[in-house]
Design a protein around this ligand. Structure first.
Ligand SMILES: [Zn+2]
Length: 181
């Protein structure tokens, strides 16, 4: 359920069989989320929200509704750009350097630019579309190298280096950016 609230914007209410009390958290886009016990009525959920206004205001970094909308919009644009670019760029480098992966997933995790799973799925963060091309390519090459080395061993870095001589510099520069959208 979603409560449309004048102060906090859209509040997402999750009814959870396991939760005993009411818990407030904030989503990555700055939206207020509320988890309540499974059989809580909508009326009661609104009452919980009202009686906790002060605490929420003081403790949680909620974005106001306009900021939320701007963030959602930015995310949508990035997702669109990412869809049209990242899977093709990944495919391009995979072909060029003879890698084979299972599939490409687009993510919007807050903490990582990319990942490579043991079933050879490569995830790329849509936030990569905000980076300069050389850093974007570095992340892709980094994840491709994980297809052969699932760690950050010397052998792994040697492989990254083969395709990106400047990888150390790129790794350092990447730290200046935040993957969150
Ligand atoms: Zn890695």
């Amino acid at each position: 359920m979603i409560i449309k609230d004048d102060e906090f914007g859209e509040v997402i209410v999750r009814k959870n069989a396991l939760s005993r009390g009411v818990k407030f958290t904030v989503s990555t886009s700055g939206r207020l989320m509320m988890s309540v016990p499974k059989y809580t009525s909508d009326f009661l959920a609104k009452r919980f929200l009202n009686s906790n206004r002060k605490v929420i205001r003081e403790k949680l970094p909620i974005k106001n509704p306009n900021e939320q909308r701007a963030r959602d919009y930015q995310k949508k644009i990035l997702m669109k750009k990412a869809k049209e670019y990242l899977p093709y760029r990944l495919e391009y480098f995979a072909k060029l350097y003879g890698y084979s992966y299972n599939k490409c997933r687009l993510s919007h995790a807050n903490t990582r630019w990319g990942s490579c799973s043991s079933n050879k799925t490569i995830s790329l963060n849509i936030g990569l579309m905000k980076l300069p091309v050389n850093l974007r390519d570095y992340v892709i090459l980094h994840e491709l190298a994980h297809l052969n080395h699932m760690d950050h061993s010397r052998a792994f870095w040697n492989e990254v280096k083969e395709h990106d001589h400047n990888y150390k510099n790129h790794e350092k520069k990447l730290k200046l950016f935040n993957p969150g959208v």
